[in-house]
Design a binder for this molecule. Structure first.
Ligand code: GRG
Length: 305
């Protein structure tokens, strides 16, 4: 299957840059400065948060809001919450008790710089702050009802029926002699997919989306989430440490079960591209406000980092 051009109708690069600037500025305001007591904790939180992530999840939240007919700025606060939760998950995932990684976002992992105890606490701090900023009435103009819906959606996406559930099955399946396809799909759709699906849905909630729009965006999020994870597995096989800012070939060394491990690189790429195409089809009835989401679906599978 040929790669689909990332975007024919819009300048995705400029869009991503603009949204990343908004998100980074807001994150900077929400997270205590290095000097605020206790400074070591806040330094550790900011170290990983500002280490140069792609900001895919918060961009999806803002683009999801736009696709549902809202002003993307209305989703800025929940978008920041998504990035805080994602960053917490990366800090904890890199710990010796989990994936035991030395490099993340092109820098030494949090526990390598601050020690394990502070890395755990930095993750805890980011996770808790995420719920704090969304529920805080003064932080955004979102109504109380919508803020509550978003809190529930965040908990669903990040918790034991979402990302934490997927991570636990992933860890417990390492070095298992075999893994069946439903278990692999559970890991993918939960460990990574749940947060991506949640990111899009939270954007739609911020826009006050109706049921039909929410269903379309949920299908989009599910497909993009799985496509993202398959693309990530492929990059772990064919990418370079310089491009990815993390160690490569790690999945195989850890005995992780992956799509390329099961189906090979070429078939995995085809599957990811097919999922991106299906994601775009799922939001076919949404208007031009959904153009960024359409472009992002293809970007997710054609990216090199
Ligand atoms: C510790 C509860 C808990 C969960 C961890 C996120 C996660 C779950 C594990 C990370 C393992 C991993 C590398 C999964 C592959 C998909 C993934 C989440 C990649 C990193 O996301 P990117 O590429 O990272 O969006 P940046 O740094 O750009 O934000």
């Amino acid at each position: 299957m040929k790669p689909v051009p990332i975007s024919e109708k819009m300048d995705l690069k400029a869009y991503l840059e603009e949204k990343r600037t908004r998100i980074n500025g807001a994150l900077d305001r929400f997270v205590p400065k290095d000097q605020e007591y206790p400074p070591d904790l806040h330094r550790a939180m900011r170290y990983s948060l500002f280490a140069g992530g792609k900001r895919l999840r918060p961009v999806l939240t803002m683009a999801g809001c736009e696709a549902a007919g809202g002003d993307p700025e209305a989703a800025l606060v929940p978008a920041c919450a998504m990035e805080m939760i994602h960053t917490y998950s990366l800090i904890h995932d890199d710990l010796p008790a989990m994936d035991d990684d030395d490099l993340r976002r092109g820098m030494a992992t949090n526990h390598k710089v601050f020690g394990e105890a502070l890395a755990i606490l930095a993750g805890d701090g980011l996770l808790t702050l995420a719920f704090g900023i969304v529920s805080e009435p003064a932080a955004s103009a979102l109504t109380e009802r919508i803020r509550l819906q978003i809190v529930a959606e965040l908990a669903r996406a990040a918790g034991c029926r979402g990302m934490v559930g997927g991570q636990s099955v992933d860890i417990l399946s390492e070095h298992a002699p075999e893994i069946d396809v439903p278990t692999l799909e559970y890991i993918h759709t939960h460990k990574t997919g749940a947060l991506i699906r949640g990111a899009v849905r939270i954007g739609a909630l911020a826009a006050g989306a109706g049921e039909e729009t929410m269903t379309a965006l949920t299908h989009y999020g599910d497909r993009v989430g799985l496509a993202f994870q398959i693309a990530d597995d492929v990059l772990d096989v064919i990418g370079t440490e310089k491009e990815l800012g993390k160690q490569v070939g790690h999945d195989r060394k850890r005995g992780k079960k992956t799509y390329p491990g099961l189906y090979g690189v070429a078939e995995s790429r085809d599957r990811a591209r097919e999922l991106a195409t299906n994601a775009v089809a799922a939001i076919g009835n949404l208007g031009s406000g959904a153009e960024p989401l359409r472009a992002i679906a293809h970007y997710v599978v054609e990216r090199v980092n």
